[in-house]
Design a protein. Structure first.
Lengths: 108, 681
């Protein structure tokens, strides 16, 4: 594991511009190369060739945050229907990640 | 609508798949609309001047299987026939029990017939696929004759979208109310003007109250109280209103439960009795019959059928301790009581339930009677027990029920219900009249006055089935045993606390006189591979070790029985660990099976077969599994040393959602009191 991919939600996008991040959210819209994922807020993601997102499924995206706060997807994993995921747990992880960021990533 | 008499091009013909018939074309022009459309020959149109709607209509008309509805009612329709009809009306049915039901009227342009959409087809209405005007093919249906009227019950149909929505085709008329096979036992109690509802429903003329044209809502379940007067069957009394002060009454109700015939022999009297529960849409009441009444009515009354019961019949104060229905009074059959079977069950609900979810069971006090709905996770074998008190043998069977609140519970059924139980695991079962006990936390027992239904056709059951098929099957369930209320708390320890292994060792649990309970979440890191199982007696419920007297002769001392093969049961020493330390736990068969994923017999077979590799693999697979172990700790004197032994009672697989919440709460504990300056919003 060379590089850390801190787990974030929409509000954190600004603080992680140009960095690789991990997002777990619900797929809300699919528009060809683009999609909208809801993770504490709407995030526009630009899909790559392998990304096969399904509407109303939970998906984990690993990608780079762009200037305009959209995310360019590098890898994605489908987590199944959004009902199967406890998003409170996700929220708790994100919170812990940033509260105790020393464990999870380097913050300059 | 005029039509050009030009043949379509070959291309069009092919596209339409029809063969034009030139001869008839000219004759059509001067006929009435009906005749023309009924004789319409397809394909005689020009694509250029195509009036697509009329084209479709004419075509649709030809698709309709005229006369098929009449044949269906007479029973002369060939069995594989799938009539094509037009839906000319769609209306929802008012239904007291909340079940969504749609009425439709289908026409084959010659006749129309009222019908009911099977619940599995309700989605067609929701998605607007089936509307007034659609042409449909009836792939699966039945005809019933109810209250002098033929009713279609639609189980499966195919919407022929290519015809879209059409105006009413033809001039269909109602089918003559000919009862099939001379069935004429239907009571004419629908003469009451108050009964006629459903005004404006297709084909209904509100003024008609003739018996021939029974135009009321056939399956209207909101029909209840009818004012008195007239013959005994015209005044149906609601069960709710029964009291000792009513003079004449007749109830129309379903027998929801019939008990066995019980006999008693006392010094003063002896005799026999049976009891049953009657249900109508106002309530339920219990009824008992003694001696002659048993002879007269026991065979007549069948569970699930609807009957008219009229006085003379005694109405008395209810003896609540024998009954599980909520009614102040109860009935006692007399010599002259009149009971007649009702031909149609219209207006009478089937058993109604008031379910408690399994998670809520925790909040229900012991000894309460409830109804429960769940998915069968496990069905035990029928066990014969001899009662300690009466020395009579009886049967019992244990079932494990789960539902979508994440809990499981054991439910015991007795006697005949246990013997004849046919429910398969993964089916949905509804139980009515179940007593709550606190054995092992929470347990349920089906009362003799209770009943059960396998895969009931109620919405909650379907929801549950859907949930189970989706995620429920793989879900791990919290057993109420984790919140054991039966174990008396001696000593200060909180029985339900989940401890880290270090605290288990530190706190000296088990060091005292009595056994202590605790829970811990830990991962299996090693399983002792030698002597992981012992040969046990095959008798149901007996797990005593059997001794191999001679080859293939295993004897159990307790049961005094000999078996050819023993039933191997796990007795494993496992080393489990969490982030604070490791500890040895001993597990018995049930937990062993959970860990190893196979029965001890299976594993022994593999081992005795010499396939050591597979044995090693099996143990390997079992490792690194994390469970919530519910353990008992007690002091053991072993060869002069005193040691605390930890035994696993239950091992529950992790419910990740629940565990995540616990961890999040723990983490939060660290930050209590900390300033929130680090918190990035």
């Amino acid at each position: 594991m060379s590089e850390a991919t801190p787990r974030i939600t929409a509000p954190y996008l600004e603080s992680f511009s140009h960095q690789n991040v991990r997002i777990l959210g619900k797929v809300r819209q699919l528009r060809g190369e683009q999609a909208t994922v809801d993770a504490g807020g709407q995030i526009i993601v630009h899909l790559n060739r392998d990304a096969h997102l399904q509407l109303n499924h939970a998906v984990e995206i690993i990608g780079k945050v762009q200037n305009d706060l959209s995310v360019k997807v590098m890898a994605s994993t489908d987590f199944g229907p959004e009902g199967g995921i406890d998003f409170n747990a996700v929220e708790a992880v994100v919170d812990a990640t940033h509260r105790y960021h020393e464990i999870f990533y380097d913050k300059e | 609508m005029t039509r050009n008499n030009v043949l379509p091009s070959a291309e069009t013909r092919e596209r339409l798949g029809r063969v034009p018939i030139p001869e008839d074309v000219g004759a059509n022009q001067n006929q009435t609309t009906d005749e023309r459309t009924s004789q319409h020959t397809p394909g005689t149109l020009t694509p250029d001047t195509l009036d697509s709607d009329s084209f479709k209509m004419a075509d649709a008309m030809s698709m309709l299987t005229k006369g098929s509805l009449l044949k269906a009612t007479l029973g002369t329709l060939p069995p594989d026939d799938q009539p094509v009809v037009q839906c000319v009306q769609v209306k929802p049915m008012n239904n007291q029990s909340g079940v969504e039901r749609w009425r439709v009227v289908m026409s084959d342009s010659v006749n129309f017939m009222q019908g009911m959409l099977g619940q599995q087809l309700n989605y067609l209405i929701h998605e607007n696929k089936l509307q007034k005007g659609n042409i449909v093919r009836l792939s699966q249906f039945q005809t019933n004759y109810v209250k002098d009227k033929h009713i279609l019950v639609l189980l499966e149909l195919e919407i022929m979208d290519e015809f879209g929505l059409q105006e009413k085709l033809g001039q269909p008329v109602a089918i003559e109310s000919q009862p099939p096979n001379g069935m004429d036992g239907v009571k004419q109690e629908d003469q009451q003007p108050g009964n006629i509802a459903g005004n404006g429903f297709y084909g209904n003329k509100p003024q008609q109250a003739q018996p021939q044209q029974q135009q009321q809502q056939q399956q209207n379940r909101s029909l209840t109280v009818r004012s008195g007067g007239g013959g005994s069957h015209t005044s149906i009394y609601p069960i709710e209103a029964l009291s000792p002060y009513t003079h004449r009454w007749t109830i129309k109700a379903r027998c929801t439960h019939k008990s066995d015939i019980k006999t008693w022999h006392k010094a003063s009297s002896e005799g026999k009795l049976f009891s049953c529960n009657f249900l109508d849409d106002t309530g339920e009441i219990r009824a008992t019959g003694f001696n002659e009444a048993v002879d007269a009515w026991y065979e007549v009354l069948q569970e699930g059928s609807v009957y008219y019961v009229s006085n003379p019949c005694r109405v008395q104060m209810a003896k609540k301790q024998f009954s599980n229905v909520a009614h102040d009074y109860e009935l006692t059959f007399e010599k002259d009581t009149v009971i007649e079977k009702a031909e149609d069950a219209e207006g009478v609900p089937v058993v109604t339930f008031n379910f408690t979810s399994i998670a809520d069971l925790q909040n229900i006090e012991k000894d309460n009677t409830i109804d429960v709905l769940g998915v069968l996770q496990d069905v035990g074998e029928t066990q014969e027990i001899v009662s300690k008190t009466t020395s009579k043998p009886y049967q019992k069977r244990e079932l494990t029920l789960v539902d979508n609140t994440g809990y499981n519970v054991r439910l015991t059924i007795w006697g005949k219900t246990a013997q004849s139980f046919e429910g398969q695991p993964e089916s949905v079962v509804a139980f009515k009249g179940v007593k709550v006990g606190d054995f092992g936390g929470r347990s349920l027992s089906l009362l003799s006055s209770g009943s059960m239904q396998l895969n009931p056709d109620i919405e909650q059951a379907h929801i549950l089935k859907g949930w189970y098929d989706g995620s429920g099957r793989n879900e791990s369930f919290q057993s109420h045993a984790n919140t054991m209320s039966t174990v008396n708390a001696t000593g200060g320890a909180d029985k339900n606390a989940v401890l880290t292994i270090q605290s288990v060792k530190d706190s000296g649990i088990g060091m005292g006189e009595e056994t202590d309970w605790f829970s811990t979440k830990a991962t299996i890191i090693y399983i002792k591979q030698d002597s992981f199982a012992y040969p046990a007696c095959q008798s149901e419920g007996c797990s005593k070790k059997v001794i191999e007297v001679t080859d293939n002769q295993w004897r159990c001392e307790k049961c005094d029985k000999t078996w050819e093969r023993p039933n191997y049961r796990y007795i494993m020493s496992v080393n489990v660990s969490d982030h604070t330390g490791q500890i040895w736990l001993s597990c018995f068969d049930e937990v062993g099976v959970q860990m190893m994923g196979m029965s001890a017999n299976e594993l022994m077979e593999i081992k005795e077969g010499g396939d050591d590799r597979r044995v090693a693999d099996a143990f390997q697979d079992a490792m690194c599994k994390t469970f919530n172990f519910r353990c008992k700790a007690k002091m053991d004197s072993f060869q002069d040393t005193q040691r605390v032994r930890y035994q696993v009672q239950y091992a529950n697989p992790l419910d990740f959602s629940r565990e995540a919440t616990k961890l999040a709460a723990m983490i939060k504990q660290y930050s209590i009191g900390e300033s929130n300056s680090l918190f990035v919003t």
